[in-house]
Design a protein around this ligand. Structure first.
Ligand code: F6R
Length: 274
């Protein structure tokens, strides 16, 4: 009689035990997922306009350089960073910061640029480097000869402490256009018609004059930065920003790769989401 009871309760016990294990594993996964999501959620700040963005983001650079004078900085070109660079010039002139011990790595550079004045090196010299005390030989741009050596150089310098990013209408960051591999290193890219059109404003409003190729840090390179700050101040970026904020990775919108990073700040002007 007692033996029978044991045989009857045994299968029930196993079913119950199995159910408890399943519930536990699922709950744990959910908790872990929530923790993971919580850790990876980017911080989004909406400010009035590009001037406010400039002042706020410049303060992040100021704080970093004061804490770590030999910081490694990742710079971007384009219209969006200009107010930040203007603030950094002011901060440097007033003695609040120094770039003397800093190193910089720019995101990208055009290939076969017809005019030296259209290169990103020229842009950075004009808008920042010539007005601050950074050592020119410590300002780097990717080269088409050995693109991947850029990743090695960044690593050798200790990795990027603070990477500034703009965002393209098509969601590109650096010149990583839709479809770019999320783990790519610095590589040569072909610009999309959307980017050629967007950048035509720097080339007599003629998309045909914009170089069609560039060399860019890859998405994998960008993800290695310790802190990433992405800025957008133009309504044309609304779709790309909406995709970024949906927390879904989407290969057709490269900036969404930033959902994989645990230390991202996004600064938007009110006009972007209006
Ligand atoms: C530039 C770069 C690009 C720009 C982007 C937005 O170095 O990497 O990804 O950040 O095209 O450009 P703007 O700021 O001109 O709208």
């Amino acid at each position: 009689m007692r033996e029978n009871e044991v045989w009857e309760t045994k299968p029930r016990f196993f079913v119950q035990f199995f159910a408890i294990v399943v519930v536990f594993v699922l709950a744990k996964r959910r908790i872990l997922y929530k923790i993971k999501l919580g850790l990876k959620t980017m911080r989004i700040t909406i400010l009035h306009d590009e001037k406010e963005i400039g002042a706020r983001v410049a303060e992040i650079f100021v704080r970093l350089l004061n804490e770590k004078p030999n910081a490694v900085l990742g710079f971007a070109t384009g219209s969006s960073p200009l107010p930040i660079y203007a603030e950094l010039v002011k901060a440097c002139r007033s003695g609040r910061i120094s770039f003397r011990e800093a190193t910089s790595f720019n995101l990208d550079e055009y290939l076969a640029c017809p005019d030296k004045k259209q290169t990103y090196r020229y842009f950075m010299d004009e808008n920042l480097f010539s007005q601050i005390d950074i050592r020119e030989s410590f300002t780097y741009f990717p080269s088409p000869k050995h693109p991947e050596s850029y990743d090695e150089a960044i690593e050798k310098a200790g990795g990027v402490d603070l990477q500034l990013l703009g965002i393209g209408r098509d969601g590109h960051i650096g010149f990583n256009e839709p479809g770019a591999a999320f783990d790519s290193k610095t590589h040569i890219v072909t610009l999309t018609p959307s980017t050629l059109e967007a950048n035509a404003r720097f080339f007599d409003d003629d998309p045909k004059k914009v170089p069609t190729k560039a060399v860019s840090m890859g998405l994998g390179t960008i993800l290695k930065a310790k802190h990433i700050v992405l800025i957008a101040d133009d309504p044309s970026k609304k779709e790309a920003i909406t995709k970024l904020m949906s927390h879904q990775e989407d290969i057709s919108s490269p900036a969404t790769v930033l959902n994989r990073h645990s230390n991202v700040d996004v600064f938007l002007s009110e006009s972007v989401l209006r």
